[in-house]
Structures are given as structure tokens and as C-alpha cells.
Design a protein around this ligand. Structure first.
Ligand code: CDP
Length: 205
């Protein structure tokens, strides 16, 4: 039986950490949908048109080791504005969501467009400053040459582009539970998510 958890939110809100922890806790599969857009964005940086890159996307592309840079994130959010790109990535995401045994998908439009009937919808957010600080620590910890101001600018610019686009903009679904992690530890955020999901898994027939 399928059970779908949709986790959306702005850049660097901690969706990835939360999704991995939740998936491990419930034994669900996890798809970081941002990686699909990052893989397309990375191809555009080497001159491949975004639509052609989305058409030719293969699972191995998601394993490329350069996908976590700010340049690729920016390129991803530019490609993500293009409706054809989003349409090409839709079926793969929906099939993943339906897999037996349960699935967690994190992104921007999972609860609104990809899985509007998801069993649980969480919208994870935090102030831009808190998100940028976390991302700065992550990227600089990985040896990337970044500054706090540069990461904050990247986060704000992508949020604006993601929120203002016409197709599948970043917005919380009406029935999403909002988790603001500005003042929450990661452990508290995970506990909160597990409580929300358990309420629904326990209620299954
Ligand atoms: O990790 P972070 O939150 O910084 O970004 P990401 O989830 O890896 O997504 C990178 C970019 O892909 C975002 O800024 C969005 O423009 C785009 N994206 C999207 O449009 N829809 C999704 N479901 C996931 C990502």
C-alpha cells in the first residue's frame, strides 16, 4: 500500500535532513526532488538547453558530485521556472510517490502539484537568515569557497524566483502543517514531523 509524505519549503529550510530522518524512521523511500532540478541546472551550465537536459535526464545524473554548489542551485531555480521542464519531471515524481511501502518527497510543489492528495503535507520554513547560516555552515564545511553574505543572497534570490513563478510556485498547500524551524533544533523538528505522520499512519485502515 502506498503512503505519501510531501515536504515542501523554501531554500535550505532543512527539508533534506528532515526527510531523510522521517524516511528512515518509517522505512519509507525518499526522493529529494531538488536534485532533479539541480541535475538539469548543472547541464545548462555546460551549455545544454534546459528542456533537452530534462528530456535526457537519467538516474545517474542525480549522483553527480557538483550538484550542491550555489551556482548549480541558481541554475536549477532558473530551469525550474520553465513549464516544459517541470512537466518532463512530473511522471517520475508521481510514480515514486505511489511506490508500495511509502514514500517521502521533498521539494517546492509536492503538496500542491505533484501529490495534491498526499497523506501528510508538511511545509518546513525558517527565517532567511537562519536558513542561510545553516547552508553557509554546510557549504563551507564541505570546503566550498562561500561567504555568509553570498549564501544569504543566493537563498533570497532563489526564494523570490521560486515564489514568483507562474507554474507550481513555492507556496504552502492549504492543508499543509507548517513547521517553522527558526527556533527548533533538528531533533525537535524531526520529532514534530514524526508526530504529524504517526497520527495519519496510525489512522490507516
Ligand atoms: O536544498 P535547497 O532547498 O537549497 O534546494 P533544492 O531543494 O535542492 O532545490 C533547488 C531548486 O530547484 C529550487 O530553488 C527550486 O527552484 C527548484 N525546485 C523546484 O522548483 N521544485 C521542486 N520540487 C524542487 C526544487
Amino acid at each position: 500500500m502506498s503512503f505519501t509524505v510531501a515536504i515542501d519549503g523554501p531554500a535550505a529550510a532543512g527539508k533534506g535532513t528532515l526527510s531523510k530522518a522521517v524516511a528512515a524512521h518509517f522505512g519509507f523511500a525518499h526522493l529529494d526532488t531538488g536534485l532533479l532540478y539541480r541535475a538539469v541546472g548543472a547541464k545548462t551550465l555546460i551549455g545544454v538547453p534546459a528542456v533537452a537536459a530534462a528530456e535526457a535526464l537519467v538516474p545517474e545524473d542525480l549522483l553527480a558530485d557538483n550538484l550542491r554548489t550555489s551556482d548549480v542551485a541558481q541554475a536549477a531555480s532558473k530551469a525550474a521556472v520553465i513549464p516544459e521542464v517541470r512537466a518532463l519531471l512530473l511522471d517520475f515524481q508521481r510514480a515514486f510517490a505511489r511506490r508500495a511501502g511509502g514514500a517521502v518527497l521533498d521539494g517546492r510543489d509536492i503538496g500542491t502539484v505533484i501529490c495534491p492528495k498526499a497523506d501528510v503535507k508538511l511545509f518546513v520554513t525558517a527565517s532567511a537568515e537562519v536558513r542561510a547560516e545553516r547552508r553557509y555552515l554546510e557549504l563551507s564545511g564541505n570546503g566550498q569557497d562561500v561567504t555568509r553574505d553570498g549564501v544569504l543572497a543566493d537563498v533570497k534570490q532563489r526564494d523570490a524566483r521560486d515564489r514568483d513563478r507562474t507554474t507550481a510556485p513555492l507556496v504552502a498547500a492549504d492543508d499543509a502543517v507548517i513547521i517553522d524551524t527558526s527556533n527548533l533544533s533538528i531533533e525537535d523538528a524531526i520529532a514534530r514531523a514524526i508526530t504529524e505522520i504517526s497520527a495519519k499512519t496510525d489512522a490507516r485502515p
